[in-house]
Design a protein around this ligand. Structure first.
Ligand code: HEM
Length: 196
């Protein structure tokens, strides 16, 4: 049996996150700093297997044309702006009355795990827009399987996303690309048996 990593012994990043949160209590880029430092801590603690994913070999596999094209992650400005938008979005989702009318969603919100949730969603966006592969959570179908989410609730979240993207002046092309990316996961997230 292989020995558990320090990351695992620290309860999957919760304590790392708590440490980082304590360290960064001031400044405009709190969540960006939190995510960047958390990602570094996770990488260091999980060892060479995670580091291999960042090997430049992956970039060399791209065709020259693809390599020249900037990823959505790059066009969004990287982890700091992404983390700032997730920070804003999640704060509003947690107090959204329509979403909290769903008991399974409310139960999660009542646990008050916003900080860790923001890290998860930030890393998911980073990875799925072409940034570093840091996402350590469940695939979206498994993450939402127990939540009984309706199409209407998905629409509410999309609406809140759009509000955040406007607030942060995300350019039209990048906003369209982001909204299309999120929309493509609708069938994995909407798990309600009957449409409400
Ligand atoms: C494309 C849209 C969505 C994306 C990209 C997304 C992303 C995520 C991610 C990355 C996680 C963390 C999974 C993990 O910790 O393993 C998560 C969990 C969660 N999501 Fe979503 N989500 C989306 C739509 C929604 C919608 C529409 C709702 C409805 C309110 C929702 C509510 C939740 C809740 C409550 C959790 C926590 C589940 C738990 O800890 O038991 N999500 N989501």
């Amino acid at each position: 049996m292989t020995e558990a990593t320090l990351y695992e012994r620290l309860s999957v990043g919760e304590k790392i996150r708590a440490f980082v949160t304590d360290t960064f209590t001031m400044g405009r880029c709190i969540l960006g700093s939190l995510c960047a430092v958390t990602a570094v801590a996770v990488l260091l603690l999980t060892g060479p297997a995670a580091a291999e994913e960042k090997s430049p070999a992956a970039a060399e596999e791209k065709s020259p044309a693809a390599a020249e094209e900037k990823s959505l992650y790059e066009r969004l400005g990287g982890v700091y702006p992404i983390a700032a938008t997730v920070d804003d979005l999640v704060d509003r989702l947690y107090v959204n009355g329509t979403l909290n009318a769903n008991p399974a969603v409310k139960a999660v919100h009542d646990r008050q795990g916003q900080a860790g949730f923001k890290v998860m969603v930030t890393n998911w966006v980073v990875e799925h827009t072409g940034g570093p592969k840091n996402y350590s959570g469940l695939p979206l179908d498994k993450a939402h399987a127990h939540l009984n989410i309706t199409n209407r609730e998905f629409d509410v979240v999309m609406n809140e996303c759009a509000t955040t993207f406007y607030k942060f002046n995300v350019p039209k092309k990048e906003m369209d690309d982001l909204m299309a990316l999120l929309e493509s996961y609708r069938s994995q997230v909407v798990t309600a048996v009957t449409a409400k």
